[in-house]
Write a protein that binds this ligand. Sequence first.
Ligand SMILES: NC(=O)c1ccc[n+]([C@@H]2O[C@H](COP(=O)([O-])OP(=O)(O)OC[C@H]3O[C@@H](n4cnc5c(N)ncnc54)[C@H](OP(=O)(O)O)[C@@H]3O)[C@@H](O)[C@H]2O)c1
Length: 227
Amino acid sequence: MPTLLVTGSNRGIGLELCRQYAAAGWSVLAACRAPSAATDLNRLRSESLRVIELDMADPACIRRVAYDLRDQSIDLLLNNAGVIGTQSKSLGQLEPEGLIEVLRVNTVGPLLLCEALLEPVSRSRRRQMVAVTSGMGSIGDGGGGYYAYRCSKAALNMAMHTLARDLAPRGITVCVINPGWVKTDMGGPDAKLSTEQSVQAMKARLDALRIEDSGRFLDYKGGEWPW
Ligand SMILES: NC(=O)c1ccc[n+]([C@@H]2O[C@H](COP(=O)([O-])OP(=O)(O)OC[C@H]3O[C@@H](n4cnc5c(N)ncnc54)[C@H](OP(=O)(O)O)[C@@H]3O)[C@@H](O)[C@H]2O)c1
């Protein structure tokens, strides 16, 4: 049974990732920052779905989780947790702490988690590290505003692209995937996709992931996004 570790698993896309991977027979390590308050996620608990505490803004917490999982085998490390940054969206509102907080969660945390879980991923059969990014992190795609979010996702893309090169000798596939515009707290009610639709499409892409895909910016529905 392959193992998935997914961050930000208590709601939105992360919760649906847990549902669909568990239903497909995977062993799921569902990471979230407040397990005791994760009502929907706790309903999914089973022998093959374990809930673990992980705050992506806290490097000490990342190190602790990596220590606890040091003997595990993790086939797919899926960095999904993210924040859009309620402050530092528009010109005239920018402030350093707001910008840095978004970078901490969306960029620094995922990179540190990949580094910390290198051995458990290396010893797995699939050896895959994927981050849920956004079309808003694409320079080629354009668009204005949302400074903190766009910068954090563009930097996440670079971090994962660099990991893809550095980890190629270890046979690890590293890529980023755009989930589309999804109805969640972040995506809002006008989004085009339900979490079920987005995750179903992303899972199909990730199920077919090969080492040749390493370093790619995948789109949930097929094809690639411009960097
Ligand atoms: N929805 C969209 O349209 C869309 C489009 C493109 C990309 N994305 C990306 O998809 C991913 C999931 O987004 P979503 O739409 O599901 O958003 P969401 O509904 O707002 O959920 C965000 C998740 O991230 C978690 N999170 C936030 N800060 C965290 C931290 N410091 N440590 C651990 N977990 C933290 C949240 O946990 P708490 O409940 O504890 O806050 C929650 O589980 C994000 O990376 C987002 O950027 C979403």
